[in-house]
Design a protein around this ligand. Structure first.
Ligand code: BGC
Length: 746
């Protein structure tokens, strides 16, 4: 690709400021005066709703099908690729050129603009994993990452991005947790919502996915997730509801799984009742690739678009849909509604007014900086008992062990896979078929540490435990890199693979000044925890991950990530010590009973009194921050929480004060407390800041399933200011009046 640095830098700067839209207009805006009389829907001064209705009237049934039936534009299952689709893309729709409705080009984009593996793999910038971004607790960074992805999508000719994974990390072994935003609905929605807003600031559509309770990969195509209405509305569904309100994604992707009986992509409760009726969602529902199972039930129960043919058994939304409409099995009004929803989103998000084109420039260096900023704030310092970090400037020798830290950093696998600029640091790893390969990005932590330290650095790959231990014994300090590759379609074990536990234990025995840096999709068990001096969770840190890790280890930046999910001490602490479906053949049908209801993650640990290995919200800093002056006010029932955060240490810090709430009488709640608000604050030495946060009333309420209202019971509520879910620093009480809000929280 040609590099046009100046043009791109401006575009990035604009994108990061949230004003990217104007810079991307490739066809001038059409005012009413310029709009051809034959195409009144091109008048940008009209509301999207009206424009969609105007163009819909002109469309033939075949043209509607062009918007509702999508192709996987690669050779697949013996079917040749649709030549008009972008190479190595995830999806393609024909559009309606005669009416000015463009082709739709889809790419996965949870972490960066992904590329399907194959001969024409495209290189782009990878953000850290979604989990790492969630660990920043900094929505502004998530927005910037999204804006960067959107810019690369435009440059690559994509106008629909398959991003916005907000499935709760109900199951810490879920192989796709790395794509998502953690275990708490409020945190996940703030972070994922901000990323979607960033993407859409480029006048392209982002999805939110996978609706709903697509919370494990084992048996994902057919498992039946069982979850009651009340529990769902305050957990998995609430994450979607908050994020949709926050970001207005143009499309929702329904999941592979079944939900209380029916497939999520033909589930009247999820699609018609909750999403479209209760939440008033105006965009469209697209199926996951291979997630459509019928024509008539799917269309009538709320699916608007079939994706990725030939992933499904049948071309359900092609000729069969037309025929079902002609025969009256799918009402014509519903058929029009399906097309109109797509059109509404295309107008509303600017896809039609700002067409994309292939072949734009990507400023990889500038975009790597966006990724690095995200990674740096997402890295979590879990333990630092011997003050091994930040690395002492006087160190003479450091052993670097394991995980190809001499050349790169790991990424998660599957459809979200980004192929990095500079190629693969370690080719030939992982499965040959999907979700492989295992990709290491060429950003070496070792090289970046070397650039910051006068110590002699020596590397051992860790395959020979005795040799690694020997190197450790002859070094002043050891940094062991440990990895857990997680990927779509597979669930993970919480035990580090490839006998890395034994490696770490042997190294720590040889030299207790051992720092462990984890590159993992989510939590892992740490049988060696007491033997090592420090543990850093670096997740999958993205394109510039090596540099980010080195900057945190060296203390150039504070360690300011906080866990977006609980790290359990053992499998026995989980709601399901054994993963449902484990060991069953691939397409088995089984039920996953989410008996913990809305008590996901820390809520379950609170309820059961389990002590986790590391709690939700945990993360150490190199500095020192104090909280004071916690006050809670209820004005007309609206809760506002105020407190002071002070840097009483010697260095600039970034801290994440967290507010948890609970009724004094917790009887009706699913768990003792809920995260209600948070803020990331940066403070210079001696600086203080007063923070004032308002709490969404739904986080104080119980969802009444009979009359579909959120109800806050009158009485006293505890408001807690905390460093983590298990480290409460201050508590005050506030009296709230009884309140009842509609299903949208109004
Ligand atoms: C994944 C989706 C993805 C789609 C298209 C599916 O396997 O579940 O998240 O967007 O593929 O690549």
């Amino acid at each position: 690709m040609k590099l046009n640095k100046n043009a791109c830098a401006t575009a990035v700067a604009l994108a990061l400021l949230g004003g990217a839209g104007a810079s991307w207009a490739q066809t001038p805006a059409q005012t009413a005066a310029q709009t051809p009389a034959s195409q009144p829907w091109m008048d940008r001064s009209l509301p999207a709703e009206q424009r969609a209705a105007l163009v819909l009237k002109e469309m033939t049934d075949d043209e509607k099908i062009n918007l509702l039936f999508g192709y996987f534009p690669n050779d697949f299952k013996g079917i040749k690729r649709q030549e008009a689709g972008r190479k190595q893309a995830a999806g393609y729709f024909k559009g309606i050129p005669r009416l000015g409705i463009p082709e739709l080009h889809q790419a996965d984009a949870g972490i960066g603009v992904a590329s399907q593996p194959g001969p024409d793999v495209r290189e782009r910038t990878a953000l850290p994993s979604g989990m790492a971004t969630a660990a920043t607790w900094n929505p502004a960074l998530a927005y910037q990452g999204g804006a960067m992805i959107g810019a690369e999508a435009r440059a690559s000719g994509f106008n629909i991005l398959l991003a916005g994974g907000v499935n709760l990390a109900r199951e810490p072994r879920n192989g796709r947790n790395f794509e998502y935003g953690g275990e708490d609905p409020w945190l996940a929605a703030q972070m994922v919502g901000a990323q979607i807003r960033g993407i859409q600031s480029n006048h392209i559509v982002s999805t939110i996915k996978h609706f709903a309770a697509n919370d494990q990969e084992t048996g994902r195509n057919h498992l039946d997730a069982r979850l009651g209405d009340q529990a769902a509305r305050t957990s998995d569904l609430l994450a979607f509801q908050f994020a949709i309100e926050n970001a207005s994604p143009g499309a929702v992707m329904c999941g592979y799984n079944r939900y209380n009986g029916d497939y999520a992509c033909e589930n009247d409760y999820l699609l018609n009742q909750v999403l479209k009726r209760d939440w008033g969602y105006k965009g469209w529902v697209m199926s996951d690739w291979g997630g459509t199972h019928s024509t008539v039930p799917a269309a009538n129960r709320g699916l608007d678009q079939q994706s990725g043919w030939p992933f499904d058994h049948s071309a359900y939304f092609n000729e069969a849909l037309k025929e079902a409409v002609e025969n009256g099995h799918v009402p014509r009004a519903r058929f029009d509604d399906m097309a109109k929803r797509v059109l509404w989103a295309l107008f509303d998000k600017g896809v039609i007014d700002h067409p994309v084109a292939e072949g734009g420039a990507i400023d990889y260096a500038a975009h790597a900086k966006v990724s690095q900023a995200d990674a740096e704030e997402g890295i979590v310092l879990l333990k630092n008992s011997k003050q091994l970090l930040p690395l002492a400037p006087g160190l003479k020798s450091i052993a670097i062990i394991g995980s190809h830290a001499n050349v790169g950093v790991l990424s998660g696998g599957g459809s979200s896979q980004v192929y990095p600029a500079g190629g693969m640091a370690v080719p030939g790893l992982g499965p040959k078929e999907f979700p492989g390969p295992m990709v290491y990005f060429p950003s070496s932590p070792m090289k970046s540490i070397a650039a910051r330290s006068k110590a002699q650095l020596r590397y051992a790959d860790g395959s020979d435990v005795a040799a690694a231990a020997q190197l450790a014994a002859s070094s002043e300090l050891v940094i062991v890199f440990a990895n857990q590759w997680t990927a779509e379609a597979l669930d993970a074990s919480l035990t580090l693979p490839d006998r890395q536990d034994a490696l770490i234990a042997a190294v720590a025995k040889a030299n207790p000044n051992t720092v462990v840096v984890l590159e993992s999709g989510g939590p892992v068990l740490m049988p060696w925890l007491d033997q090592v001096g420090a543990v850093v969770e670096a997740w999958y840190p993205g394109t510039a991950g090596g540099e980010a890790i080195a900057r945190v280890l060296s203390g150039e930046v504070d360690a300011s990530g906080r866990l977006p999910l609980t790290f359990p001490a053992s499998l026995e602490q989980l709601p399901r010590p054994k993963l449902d479906g484990e060991g069953l053949p691939k397409d088995s049908r089984f039920t996953v009973n989410y008996h913990e209801g809305a008590a996901v993650g820390y809520k379950w640990f609170d309820l059961k009194g389990h002590k986790p290995l590391f709690p939700f919200g945990h993360g150490l800093s190199y500095g020192s921050v104090a909280y004071s002056g916690l006050a809670a006010r209820a004005d007309g029932g609206k809760l506002t929480v105020t407190f002071k955060v002070s840097n009483d240490g010697q260095r600039t810090v970034k801290d994440v004060p967290q507010v948890y709430v609970s009724p004094a009488n917790a009887a009706k709640w699913e768990a003792p407390k809920r995260l209600a608000a948070f803020e990331k604050v940066e403070l210079k030495p001696g600086e203080s800041r007063t923070v004032s946060l308002s709490v969404d009333p739904r986080l104080l309420a119980v969802f009444d399933t009979a009359d579909k209202r959120w109800k806050i019971g009158a009485g006293d509520y505890r408001v807690q200011l905390a460093k983590s879910a298990a480290d409460i620093r201050h508590t005050v009480s506030v009296r709230l009046p009884a309140r009842s809000l509609d299903v949208r929280g109004k």
